[in-house]
Write a protein that binds this ligand. Structure first.
Ligand code: PMV
Length: 323
């Protein structure tokens, strides 16, 4: 076989963002909006990348120069670095054509970079008949993410690989799929694209200035994340919602929420959601609210009314799979 197509889910952070970077746990769920990656072996000495969503109609890089150029376009960095790392690790050299197509915008903060990284490495491992287990796929994907952006816990990669809902600690120290009962969410997009590494640095600055205070916030987030795990596993939505609100308050104290996020979150709560919080790094992107299914329309309308865009997302989606 010389051509493989895989698809990987996006993700939503449910609890524990930022504190996860400092060794505390988080809970992430896979979102059913998917990234599709087609990888084909070519008789050439190039990596050819077609990724219309990130403005690349025909990006070419010689395979002997992978990762070496100073001006790799943003949209090609994860793919090019993933291919380079895979070739180096398994001593492979081949021309490739890669096409990516996403069901979700890279602006939403649904983890398009991690989804594409996992997709490329999974497809390559199938094409070159290396049966990578999930942990090996995670390790090479995490190396790729760190090579490109220098920071990050890797939580989003686990959603892309394992799917479902996962209790996670940085670097894959703990990757525990958890069985959650139904947890209906309404997702609201602020319309503002956040830059995750910038927000991680912002929190790092605060941590440096006020270490004990920020450590205390992280500890409180860790405690509520443990409680949330139990609440989600037992289907106790009321408690999970209350913990979301608490988590949001602590994220506010870390300075990563914004006015727009607050407006959307308050609208959802005002319309009867059990709880609501930002999801991911903050600074924009999306908020999530935990609802009662028969209250969905009210919450969606409230979010729309204050200027948010409601995104239809099913959680607990399947991890990376072959098409
Ligand atoms: O912005 P997102 O959706 O990639 O989420 C970032 C979550 C952080 O905890 C802030 C960073 C990380 O890598 O865990």
């Amino acid at each position: 076989m010389s051509k493989i197509e895989v698809s990987t889910p996006g993700k939503l952070m449910l609890f524990g963002e930022h504190s996860v970077v400092y060794g505390r746990p988080c809970i992430v769920t896979a979102a059913d909006q998917r990234m599709r990656v087609v990888v084909e072996i070519e008789k050439s000495s190039n990596l050819q990348l077609i990724a219309p969503e990130v403005g690349l109609s025909n990006y070419l890089q010689n395979i002997d120069n992978l990762g070496k150029s100073q001006n790799i376009p943003k949209g090609a960095r994860f793919v090019e670095t993933a291919v380079k790392n895979f070739f180096e690790k398994y001593n492979i050299r081949s021309g490739l054509k890669i096409e990516t197509r996403s069901e979700f915008s890279s602006k939403f903060g649904f983890g398009s970079s991690s989804a594409v990284t996992v997709g490329v490495i999974k497809a390559l491992s199938e094409l070159f008949k290396l049966e990578l287990c999930k942990q090996e796929l995670f390790d090479l994907s995490y190396k790729t993410v760190l090579d490109v952006q220098g920071v990050g816990s890797g939580f989003d990669l686990t959603a892309a690989i394992w799917g479902g809902t996962i209790y996670f600690k940085t670097g894959g120290e703990v990757i525990e799929p958890i069985k959650v009962l139904e947890f209906p969410l309404v997702v609201g997009y602020t319309g503002i694209k956040a830059d995750t590494p910038t927000l991680i640095r912002q929190v790092a600055d605060l941590h440096q200035k006020n270490e004990s205070e920020v450590e205390n916030i992280f500890d409180q987030i860790a405690i509520l994340t443990e409680e949330a795990k139990k609440a989600l596993m037992s289907g106790d939505l009321k408690t999970a919602g209350r913990l979301m609100n608490l988590n949001q308050e602590l994220l506010n104290q870390l300075g990563v929420s914004t006015n727009k996020l607050t407006v959307l979150i308050e609208a959802a709560r005002g319309a009867g959601a059990y709880g609501a919080k930002l999801s991911g790094a903050g600074g924009g992107d999306c908020m999530i609210s935990l609802i009662q299914e028969d209250n969905r329309i009210e919450v969606e309308e409230a979010i729309t009314k204050v200027g948010g865009t409601v995104l239809k997302v099913e959680t607990n989606a399947e991890g990376v799979n072959l098409k």
